[in-house]
Design a protein around this ligand. Structure first.
Ligand code: DHE
Length: 561
């Protein structure tokens, strides 16, 4: 995992809230720290480490970092399991230089003193951050424009289907961009290190979640679309979705929290909190886990249900929202460390990466059962994946990999008779297309002939700044490699301009790629013509800083990928 990705938790709030809880730890062993040192280490840990290792340091994508094996002690240097305890010097080396196992080096962004400090910090007992109750959520809730003061019809002339909600990661904002004119309609303040946007079933409301747990609701019908309600659902969050089943359109939103590990159900048009549900419990291996974080959430179109994926336990929850007072949940065991995922083409099966287990779990939302657990190459990272009809193997769903140089194609079932002959391949890896490691997102569109994959986490600058494009009709043809940073015409910067997250326009004719540059650098979104692979437009602006995810209204509303 790369440091830009491992990155940033919700920090200020969580770090402050943890306050004095740390004080009693580690006095002996030369590991005692002053209050100032602890404060500094805590902040660095949240910003750089917790995303992969967890707040309680139980490990997820990253290893367990509890003192029982980070700290050497007088009883010996080997754990009960026979693992060598690490100790100060070895830890400093690992944090500084990284490991072959996927831990990146931090020697270029942390000083020598900070490396020493962090090695010391993770030999101390982890703090337990405070809980965040339903009352806390309710107290944080703000309606900025009440429903009866909002428009009753669309008040602007924008083609709302083709609006893109663009994450400006490090400024904690999203840019709403008109996909037809490529003009920025508005830039709105959202949560810290803002993460993803999702749409209401009608396409009117955009829900944006920040890593600080702030959920912002944007009304696209306003003359100038803006935030109409806000709520803080936890200290640290990544996911949100809405109710999309017939009869429940725009009724509810649900957001998942990393800390505390829980999800919150809200009214869709006001974000009024309705219910909070803890996700603590047993892993698929039958062990209790105190920090099972809520990873991806997706709304079913065939039932009033959300698929809620719990990272550390490997449990996939099908939460029936038809009666939230008497919530019914189906719990499906899959594999540990669930992360991101998307629907197959039929939208019956949800495929989610158990990334640190190198598996894709597929859940059948019609029967409410696990359909398959597919072994893949290292660290699958699909984003939402991509669906297309393979010339030889029929319908497939694709995932890229952070840790391997392939894109994996998995055959998915179909009720369509013309695909019956491909049944024997279902849930098998039918092909691995050669790519490069460090891929985060893949994308295609039902109207496109092309398949796109980025590689923003690749250590090679040129590869990180480029995307690869395959012709889906003939995957044996050499892929085209487009250097997006060069194509943007932006001046050179010290920071790598990582080309990230291909997203299609509503008509499937354009592909938008973000250039995720330095924290203060003006950057851009490069728009390609999908048919010719030529640059159509470079969208740039002084406020275009660290653009990452882009969410086209129509494609996100209908889960088209
Ligand atoms: Fe994400 C989706 C978690 C870092 C950009 N990311 C997701 C989802 C999860 C997740 C659980 C699925 C949400 C859903 O579908 O409901 N992301 C995490 C992390 O825990 C992690 C690894 C580390 C962290 O500390 O946050 C992390 N993510 C990043 C980034 O650094 C990225 C590349 C840039 C950024 O803006 O933060 C990033 N993540 C994204 C994007 C999606 C996403 C763009 C949605 C993809 C889509 O097409 O729907």
């Amino acid at each position: 995992m790369k440091k830009t990705f491992v990155g940033v938790l919700a920090l200020t709030a969580l770090s402050a809230a943890m306050g004095s809880a740390f004080a009693q730890t580690a006095a002996a062993d030369g590991l005692a720290m002053t209050a100032d040192e602890k404060e500094k280490a805590k902040k660095i840990y949240f910003e750089r480490c917790a995303g992969c290792h967890g707040v309680l340091r139980k490990g997820a994508t990253g290893k367990n970092l509890e003192p029982h094996w980070t700290k050497k002690d007088k009883d010996g240097n080997v754990t009960e399991g026979g693992t060598l305890k690490l100790g100060q010097q070895r830890l400093e080396k690992i944090i500084g230089y990284g490991t072959d196992g996927g831990m990146v080096n931090f020697d270029d962004i942390l000083t020598k003193e900070e490396l020493t400090l962090m090695a010391k910090y993770i030999q101390n007992t982890p703090d337990v951050p405070p809980e965040y109750s339903f009352k806390d959520t309710v107290d944080s809730w703000k309606v900025i424009v009440p429903v009866d003061k909002r428009p009753t019809k669309q008040m602007n002339k924008i083609n709302l289907k083709n609006v893109f909600s663009v994450t400006l990661r490090d400024t904690g904002e999203v840019a709403l961009i008109d996909g037809d004119t490529k003009e920025i309609v508005n830039i709105v303040k959202t949560g810290y290190a803002v993460h993803i946007s999702r749409l209401s079933a009608s396409g009117r409301y955009v829900y944006v979640v920040g890593r600080d747990g702030r959920l912002s609701l944007i009304d696209l019908w306003m003359e100038k679309p803006a935030v109409v309600a806000e709520v803080k659902i936890g200290f640290d969050a990544r996911s949100v979705d809405t109710s999309k089943f017939k009869g429940f359109e725009d009724k509810y939103a649900v957001a998942g929290s990393y800390w505390p590990p829980q999800y919150v159900i809200m009214d869709g048009d006001t974000l009024k909190p309705r219910k909070v549900v803890s996700t603590r419990g047993m892993t698929v291996d039958g062990e209790y886990h105190p920090e099972p974080r809520v990873a991806s959430i997706v709304a079913s179109f065939i039932k009033p249900e959300w698929v809620i994926n719990i990272k550390e336990t490997g449990q996939i929850l099908l939460v029936d929202y038809s009666d939230i007072e008497n919530l019914k949940t189906t719990t499906i065991g899959s594999a540990k460390f669930l992360h991101d995922g998307g629907w197959d083409a039929s939208k019956r099966y949800f495929l989610v990466a158990a990334n640190a287990s190198n598996k894709i779990a597929a859940v059948d939302t019609k029967t409410g059962k696990l359909a398959a657990l597919v072994n893949t190459a290292k660290i699958p990272h699909p984003g939402r994946g991509a669906n297309f009809v393979h010339p030889k193997f029929g319908p497939v769903w694709a995932t890229g990999h952070l840790g391997a140089d392939v894109v994996t194609l998995i055959s998915t079932p179909s009720d369509d008779k013309k695909f019956a002959k491909y049944k024997e391949y279902n849930w098998k890896v039918v092909q691995e297309m050669k790519h490069v490691p460090g891929n985060l997102f893949v994308k295609t569109h039902p109207k496109s002939k092309h398949f796109w994959a980025d590689a923003p986490q690749n250590p090679d600058k040129d590869l990180a700044e480029s995307v690869a494009v395959w012709d889906m009709a003939d995957l044996s043809k050499p892929k085209a490699v487009l250097n997006v940073a060069k194509d943007s015409g932006l001046p050179p910067t010290k920071a790598v301009k990582r080309a990230v997250h291909p997203e299609y326009s509503a008509d499937g004719k354009e592909v938008w790629i973000s250039l995720w540059g330095g924290k203060t650098d003006q950057s851009a979104i490069v728009v390609y013509d999908d048919a010719t692979l030529k640059v159509k437009k470079v969208i740039t602006d002084p406020k275009m800083i660290t653009p990452t995810g882009k969410f086209n209204v129509y494609n996100t509303q209908h889960d088209i990928y």
